[in-house]
Design a protein around this ligand. Structure first.
Ligand code: GLP
Length: 244
């Protein structure tokens, strides 16, 4: 779906999320959401905060799983996805902190594999993700599933692509300060969500969106795997859609 601008598109996505939360509330069920970080979803989160503050949207029945986190990473570091999620969403809504899940960047090597398996298990035990929102990196990564990721991959530790680290260098004050690794949900984890929304804004994302939507399906551009999913929507502004 192509919207004239990012603002309009983000409001639509937020409205959809609010609709899902309310429909679950009506049947006393939790809404299980897969969340993303990066600049892309910020306006969606702003709109959800507005719906909470001005239209009484409650997040009491919401359980969230974030896609990824740098590894290693301290949760209270300025660049952590924990800090990002608190500042952009969680500090401003009524979600129960016990319902928030973000990969733990503080684990040591021996603990991390078990953590990843348990992350998968926790999602499964809740009946899977109702909705996963995604951005896209310039390497074609979703979450931090870099080129070479397998379509059935699960939550795991990955090595970040050089381009991804360059793109993150501004946040860290230099590329050499960007962690070399991350913990990410896998392509397989994302695929199990009942609904997937990938968002992209601006002309900067147009070349990778063209590859993701129209390119040959291949691990070289992990987002192309989404072409195989019957439940994915690409939500774009005119800039991001300009090469389609
Ligand atoms: C990071 C995140 C991805 C995100 C991507 C794009 O690498 N791990 O989940 O989609 O960046 O970021 P942005 O939305 O800032 O363009």
């Amino acid at each position: 779906t192509v919207y004239p601008d990012q603002q309009t598109a983000s409001k639509q996505v937020a409205r959809k999320i609010a609709g899902l939360i309310k429909s679950k509330q009506d049947s006393a069920l939790p809404a299980v959401l897969g969340l993303a970080t990066g600049v892309t979803p910020i306006k969606v989160y702003q709109e959800l905060v507005r719906l909470h503050q001005e239209e009484n949207l409650s997040f009491k029945n919401v359980i969230t799983f974030n896609l990824d986190e740098y590894y290693p990473m301290k949760p209270d570091a300025a660049q952590s996805y924990v800090t990002f999620m608190k500042e952009n969403l969680f500090n401003h809504i009524d979600i129960d902190p016990a319902n928030i899940h973000i990969p733990d960047g503080t684990l040591n090597k021996d603990e991390v594999a078990a953590f990843c398996l348990n992350y998968e298990k926790q999602i499964e035990q809740l009946g899977g993700l109702d909705l996963q929102i995604l951005g896209i990196g310039r390497t074609g990564h979703i979450g931090f599933n870099e080129p070479g990721s397998a379509p059935n991959s699960g939550t795991r530790v990955v090595t970040l692509d050089d381009l991804t680290r360059s793109d993150a260098s501004r946040d860290f004050g230099g590329k050499e300060k960007v962690p070399a690794k991350a913990i990410t949900m896998g392509i397989g984890t994302i695929f199990k969500a009942r609904e997937i929304i990938l968002m992209a804004w601006s002309q900067k994302k147009a070349p990778i969106i063209k590859k993701a939507v129209e390119g040959e399906i291949s691990g070289e551009v992990p987002a192309t795997y989404l072409q195989l999913s019957g439940q994915v929507e690409f939500v774009l502004d005119e800039g991001a859609a300009s090469e389609l």
